[in-house]
Design a protein around this ligand. Structure first.
Ligand code: ATP
Ligand code: MG
Length: 396
């Protein structure tokens, strides 16, 4: 019986390097791909001989399926393929058919066959398979020529035990590790460019995420929060639904403005953000905090400021963007689809009560002295207790 579904070969990236844990990582990856393709009825995802094979009904667009699979962390590349019985004549016929389609769709004129024999019991060796299939293509497609150096189409022929596969594209995924293989982290998510990228980068290493967002309503608008929810839902297209805890920071900001030196406002507010996030993280089983901080980007991200910010919490703080240049962060934001939303101009709680000359070299002793003028613990507890939780779903 012929299988008339669309077939995609999915290659694992780093997952393939895992030693004894490899089956675990592969299983997780299969589960993640299944989840991503849940809405495509009848989609089948199976491991076989070190590869993952996805089969979907022909009624679903191939491009759409590839787009979905490429969002799964741990996927190195994807090839829409043609499956054929492992028989040199049948492989030849199928290859001719593939090439005829490519001539029609893309006007391909030159090609090269790259054959690989995964099944070493197959009686013909790889270079010879390449030559035989190449010759069959030349006979079947009169307009084509072989170009071994710079072919317009590199046709891969992967000969395996029962079935063989023919494909010409290898579409890159993001690599990384399957979600859920590296615990859960709490991202401090603003409406800016950086923090959504930071969340994405940690998720790419297999970390599940949950988020906290701070606002200063009514100084910040409801629309500003909607923007953050929109950003979160773009991140969720990669890492699935997650929870975002929304907290009004205004009471704390007012307390700081009233009792502490103006130039320390930003750094003091940041220390509160971290401590509140740490409490929520502990409550929710997160093992790390994640921020979009980037060395030297603004006054609160100088080396000195980061040291003082870090000293407010015990939980490890991941700063995946720390050494990146802004242009590269922006390019990443473009690539993952958050940039356009991030640059919409809405106020952020950090810009409320912005000091004229924020300190760039805070000293921990001075900061602790300033904090002794306010009731830090009660402020944190009240803020944590006031949190509202929003469910973030992947954007369509
Ligand atoms: P971003 O582009 O992510 O907003 P930024 O360059 O504006 O970053 P800051 O405002 O100093 O930098 O914030 C540094 C980090 O602190 C952010 O990347 C984010 O992790 C966290 N943060 C800032 N504002 C908020 C907020 N309103 N809610 C939650 N986290 C925040
Ligand atoms: Mg910001």
């Amino acid at each position: 019986m012929t299988d008339d579904r669309n077939i995609f070969i999915v290659r694992c990236g780093e997952v393939a390097l895992k030693g004894l844990n490899k089956p675990y990582f592969e299983r997780m990856l299969v589960e993640r791909i299944k989840k991503m393709l849940k809405k495509y009825d009848g989609a089948e995802v199976k491991r076989h001989e070190g590869l993952i094979f996805v089969r979907t009904d022909k009624s679903f667009s191939k491009g759409e399926i590839i787009g979905q699979i490429s969002k799964v962390f741990g996927v190195a590349s994807i090839s829409p393929a043609v499956e054929v019985e492992t028989d040199i004549d049948k492989i030849g016929e199928a290859a001719v058919k593939v090439m005829l389609e490519l001539i029609e769709e893309k006007g391909v004129q030159t090609f090269k066959v790259e054959a690989k024999r995964a099944d070493k019991t197959f009686p013909i060796q790889s270079p010879e398979i390449g030559r035989i299939i190449g010759a069959k293509i030349l006979i079947g497609c009169k307009v084509l020529k072989v170009d071994v150096h710079n072919p317009e189409c590199l046709l891969f022929v992967d000969v395996r035990r029962d079935k063989s596969y023919i494909y010409e594209q290898k579409i890159s995924g993001f690599g990384g590790l399957p979600l859920g293989t590296n615990g859960k982290g709490m991202i401090l998510l603003s409406g800016g460019i950086d923090s959504p990228v930071a969340a994405w980068m940690m998720a790419k290493r297999g970390m599940m995420i949950e988020a906290v967002h701070f606002h200063s309503y009514p100084y910040t608008s409801e629309r500003a929060q909607e923007k953050v929810e929109e950003l979160a839902s773009i991140v969720a297209t990669y890492c699935g639904r997650f929870k975002m805890h929304v907290i009004n920071l205004l009471p704390i900001q007012e307390e700081i403005v009233q009792h502490c030196p103006e130039e320390e406002t930003t750094i003091l507010v940041r220390r509160f953000m971290m401590r509140i996030a740490e409490r929520v993280a502990e409550e929710k089983g997160c093992t790390m905090l994640i921020t979009g901080e980037n060395l030297g980007q603004v006054a609160s991200q100088t080396a000195e400021a980061i040291v003082v910010t870090d000293a407010s919490v015990k939980m490890p703080v991941m700063r995946p963007l720390i050494a990146m240049d802004k242009v590269d962060i922006m390019a990443k934001a473009q690539e993952i689809g958050t940039f356009e939303t991030s640059i919409q101009p809405y106020e952020d709680c950090c810009t409320v009560f912005l000091p004229k000359h924020p300190t760039t070299k805070p000293k921990i002793e001075k900061i602790l002295e300033s904090e002794s003028r306010i009731d830090v613990e009660t402020l944190i507890e009240t803020a944590v207790a006031s949190k509202e939780t929003v469910n973030i779903f992947p954007q369509d």
